[in-house]
Design a protein around this ligand. Structure first.
Ligand SMILES: [Zn+2]
Length: 270
């Protein structure tokens, strides 16, 4: 079972025609869903959220990182390595070889970042686990071995971020919020469903400003005009993604959504 548009993004790259066609297809499907919700009279009762778990980066095919070609490096110094799964690499050097392998790889390529487990940046929330190996590697956005598109890069990178749209009786209308982390979506879903969340790393406080005060009168039918939802140093790419995802086949416009924002996720699956 293919997961789309993820697989077309991997195979052809995020900027490809194939990927854009697939985004349009997903957009038409969302438009159809909203149309049927409207026609079925469910709009006053149903909350709809459209988001995803990560963005997609075009893979760079020049100045590639070839671990095996690095001077003085040999796989014979390792007990274990996992280097072909996205932008992250895991290594277990043989007994007594840790400092040797680390010093060889550390400055081998300007876009390759090499860390001992205890020095891995805390903001990734990644290395503090018994299954994570003593030596860790990651590539800058675009630097990876396979595919034409990839995710799993630094979640601070704009192209790793995804969209967030919500509409329904629980949400304010015409609201644009600041970017927030996807880890907070779980608490929002639990709140909407009226269930108590299990222990987790997110907070409802982050998404609470999107929610309508239930004692307020129902929202007006005419959508409130909003400003551009995303401010970014790369407006073309991001705006394109937002536009094609929310305006399409059924004449949808972002103004017809309740709350809009950008969520940060990097994604571990492939
Ligand atoms: Zn994927």
């Amino acid at each position: 079972q293919k997961e789309l548009p993820d697989s077309s993004g991997h195979k052809f790259g995020p900027e490809s025609t194939q990927r854009k066609n697939m985004i349009e297809q997903v957009d038409r499907t969302v438009g159809y869903l909203r149309q049927r919700i409207r026609e079925s009279g469910l709009e006053p009762n149903l909350n709809l959220i459209v988001t995803s778990d990560h963005g997609m980066e075009t893979v760079i095919k020049t100045n590639e990182i070839h671990i095996g070609a690095i001077t003085n490096f040999t796989f014979k110094d390792l007990d274990f390595e996992l280097l072909d799964y996205g932008p992250n690499g895991l290594m277990v050097p043989k007994e007594g070889k840790m400092e040797h392998v680390y010093s060889i790889l550390k400055n081998a390529h300007p876009n390759l970042h090499v860390y001992k487990k205890e020095e891995f940046p805390k903001r990734f929330h990644y290395a503090n686990h018994s299954r994570i190996t003593p030596l860790l590697l990651y590539g800058d956005p675009g630097y990876v071995q396979f595919n034409k598109g990839e995710h799993g890069f630094d979640n601070n990178a704009t192209n790793m971020k995804t969209i967030f749209r919500a509409v329904g009786p629980a949400f304010k209308q015409g609201l644009v919020v600041e970017p927030f982390e996807s880890v907070n979506v779980y608490a929002l879903l639990c709140e909407l469903l009226g269930i108590t969340p299990e222990p987790h790393d997110g907070s409802l406080e982050v998404t609470k400003p999107m929610l309508r005060d239930p004692t307020d009168p129902p929202a007006p039918t005419a959508p409130i005009k909003t400003t551009e939802p995303i401010k970014t140093t790369e407006p073309i790419k991001t705006t394109e993604l937002i536009e094609t995802t929310t305006s399409g086949g059924n004449g949808e416009h972002r103004d017809s959504w309740g709350a809009a924002g950008m969520a940060a996720g990097t994604g571990r699956e492939r």
